[in-house]
Design a protein around this ligand. Structure first.
Ligand code: ADP
Ligand code: MG
Length: 454
């Protein structure tokens, strides 16, 4: 019932946005209205959500009254419009709700500082180094410590939550500490765009250019954001060139390498790749273990070796999830006044563990298994029954069942369209052999670890 009502309201939100679409230009609509998610409408209180704080503030400031007006046109009065921030459109970030006040100060000084605040926790000391991030770490250290510009730009890239922002802040802290007079500016590409649009709107583009072109070190985070935003890209390109010419250090981060940033202008792509491009690889088991251990200690959470191993094996996506997991564990342990055991972890982190395990695909399993046994990938699908290929195939089926959430028929289909009974037979066979053959048990353990940590 509640769902029905929500759905209906959501439909009416679709209607509202289609009205907005008519009255706004295409870019404005795409940039500001499209990302808004409808949450609830209770009496005269409307709650929306967006993926970032920045969007929230911008919408509250510039579009809240427009949205209210469109509702009013439909005969619905909105007294209170609140926007909260939801990470990945999924998890509400607590304390992020902001409500629109009708009488807002037009002259907004909130964003006047072009640099965004730095997180005091994001220091080199707090950064755990391992194989996947050692290049990025070394490059960041070099930039932070050298008196001359060694490579320009330093381009850091890697998946979400792998420490790009952390490293950038660490560089900024370091430079500021050594040289407090240096004008170090850190901001996201999103905020860069905001500043730019604001400058256009208030017709002070000259002072915008002036501000950005007088910095000593410029760091722009998540530059993929400006893809498709042509004017911002253009302005960024000019800022970039001016600073490079003046031999000022630039550090950029993105989720992909310059060459892979599809949709970015070619000349910008190539310039971004001029300096040092350092990627942060997905975390290995060792690094995950090290990070969890360090963070647990920082947060004063006591974890046994078992639990550490379990977490390092299971939470593989990124560091942010590890921190989330630790926080949850800490709360549960203190509420129930109980020790953190593997069972407690399994229970408290059920959802997180599920999303982390879904990641490994049957294709990956097959690939690793054929590498391990030195056979051909086609042997995974072929009807050949000779022992040398049949056994690895059974191992792969066994792993598919134990690591992924795929059903037996789905697994069968992935192995040359075999029947689910064949899969059951394979699993039973492997289980039986493992009991008496420690080398097969070791193979399985090794492969499981490789898959979960690669
Ligand atoms: P990104 O910018 O790549 O998405 P962040 O830099 O925001 O990732 O990192 C997400 C969280 O994980 C932050 O709290 C950060 O401190 C932490 N983190 C990431 N990598 C490490 C690391 N190697 N050591 C310690 N903490 C890390
Ligand atoms: Mg980041």
């Amino acid at each position: 019932m509640k769902d029905d009502i929500d759905q209906e309201l959501d439909v009416s939100w679709n209607f509202i946005t289609s009205e907005l679409k008519k009255s706004l230009d295409k870019d404005t609509y795409q940039n500001w209205i499209k990302p808004i998610h409808f949450e609830t409408l209770l009496d005269t209180s409307l709650t929306l959500s967006v993926p970032t704080r920045f969007l929230r503030d911008w919408i509250i400031k510039n579009y809240a009254s427009v949205i209210k007006r469109v509702y009013q046109d439909q005969g619905i009065t909105i007294d209170k419009l609140s926007i909260l921030v939801k990470e990945n459109n999924d998890r509400i970030i607590p304390g992020t709700e902001v409500t629109h006040q009708d009488k807002e100060d037009e002259d907004d000084h909130y964003y006047d500082d072009i640099s965004a605040p730095l997180d005091p926790q994001f220091t080199f000391d707090n950064f755990i180094v391992g194989k996947p991030n050692e290049l990025a770490y070394a490059a960041a250290q070099r930039v932070a410590q050298s008196e001359v510009v060694s490579f320009n730009p330093l381009f850091l890239y890697g998946g979400v939550g792998l420490g790009k922002t952390h490293l950038m802040h660490a560089v900024a802290w370091n430079i500021k500490k050594r040289n407090p007079k240096k004008n170090v500016v850190y901001l996201t590409a999103e905020k860069f765009m905001y500043q730019f649009i604001k400058a256009l709107r208030f017709k002070n583009i000259m002072s915008f250019k002036e501000q950005f072109r007088s910095v000593d070190v410029l760091m722009i985070d998540d530059v993929q954001f400006i893809i498709g935003k042509d004017n911002t890209q253009e302005e960024f390109f000019h800022t970039f060139n001016t600073l490079v010419d003046k031999k000022r250090q630039i550090i950029i981060s993105a989720d992909k390498s310059p060459a892979d940033l599809e949709g970015l202008e070619d000349r910008l792509k190539s310039r971004l790749g001029w300096g040092l491009v350092a990627d942060i690889h997905p975390l290995t088991y060792e690094l995950r273990y090290g990070i969890i251990e360090a963070k647990a200690e920082q947060k004063n959470i006591k974890l046994t070796g078992d639990v550490l191993e379990f977490l390092a094996n299971k939470i593989t996506n990124n560091v942010r999830e590890m921190e989330g997991a630790l926080n949850r564990l800490a709360v549960h342990a203190s509420l129930q006044d109980s020790e953190i055991t593997v069972d407690l972890v399994k229970d408290v982190l059920k959802d997180l563990l599920r999303t982390n395990s879904r990641k490994i695909t049957i294709d990956e399993i097959q690939k690793k298994v054929v590498e391990h046994y030195n056979i051909k990938l086609s042997d995974m699908h072929s009807p050949r029954r000779s022992r040398s290929v049949a056994r690895p195939r059974q191992v792969a089926m066994y792993l598919a069942k134990s690591i992924t959430t795929r059903s037996l028929p789905e697994i069968g289909r992935k192995f040359g369209g075999r029947d689910h009974t064949t899969v059951i037979h394979a699993i039973k066979t492997i289980e039986e052999i493992m009991v008496n053959d420690p080398s097969l048990a070791e193979d399985i353990e090794l492969l499981t670890r490789i898959l979960q940590t690669s």
